[in-house]
Design a protein around this ligand. Sequence first.
Ligand code: SF4
Length: 333
Amino acid sequence: MKHSNIPIFIPELACPHQCIFCNQSKISGQKDIPQPENIPAIIESHLATMNDGREIEIAFFGGSFTGIPYDLQERYLSVAYNYIEAGKINGIRLSTRPDYINEKILDLLKRYGVKTIELGAQSTDDTVLLASGRGHKSEAIRQASELILKNGFHLGLQMMIGLPQDNYERSSKTVDDIISLGADNTRIYPTLVIKGTQLAKLYEMGHYKPLDIPTAVSWAKEFYLRFEKANVKVLRVGLHPSEELDYNKSLLAGPYHKSFMELMMSAIWRDILERELKERHDEQLRLTVNPHQVNFVWGYQGSNKDLFQSKKLEVKISGDESLSKYEIKISHC
Ligand code: SF4
């Protein structure tokens, strides 16, 4: 069944931390914090475009929801819960920090129909967490994950690649840990340098070097495939484009691309094509793939076409619903 979130961004509300990469209001492009009484209008405006029987969740994102004062959390949740009781939405999901999870909070979330808790884990390496100013160690991620699962919630563990002191091995270990901690979903965010953050200062002083786009795509591609293999759903790769994520506005440096996911999927197909077409030269071929993959086989802005050209292959690509995501049939046309 089709699934949609009604996102409600609560930037930096009650977050006393200053992770060195974070400037939530700039990332979400939103500076005003919606109050509980503003929530129905946001929900209603989304519901008006979602009347096709899909599964809908209200998603409190953008800050550390469970760091909000308890009473205020309850006010937000009770507004959202009215929509569950009315049968208009199926559940609530939210994002928060690992060290803002305890039994009392989980009881509250359970009472108001929260189904999924996404923790901003970012890394499971203590050196990286320390260098990023997260204010907790990887042990907090492990403890919170266990508590969330024990209380019957779905667990999401988000990760960032390219944080200060990060390297391929540390990010790769984070992937292993997210899988073994029992997450059923994740998001992969390449670290960007946003103006006004500590990271921006480090970058300007030459003490931090972000990943470049090819490296970020290459890591994301491998991690994405490992998560898929382990049945951990990857909900997002790369930040949502927003007006602020622009070099003329808040973005200072880093592997930002408005179509990062498409770049990554094109790279996945590049590998498949190189493997499957290894022995093919000077031929007219029809490649048949799942219809959702056709654009990725051509590559972002046709980036995979040079492979066909270098092999003097004349290629037609068609879709067949019966094929699985990475399946390809090759025939002569
Ligand atoms: S905990 Fe989350 S909201 Fe708070 S500074 Fe860090 S990344 Fe930003």
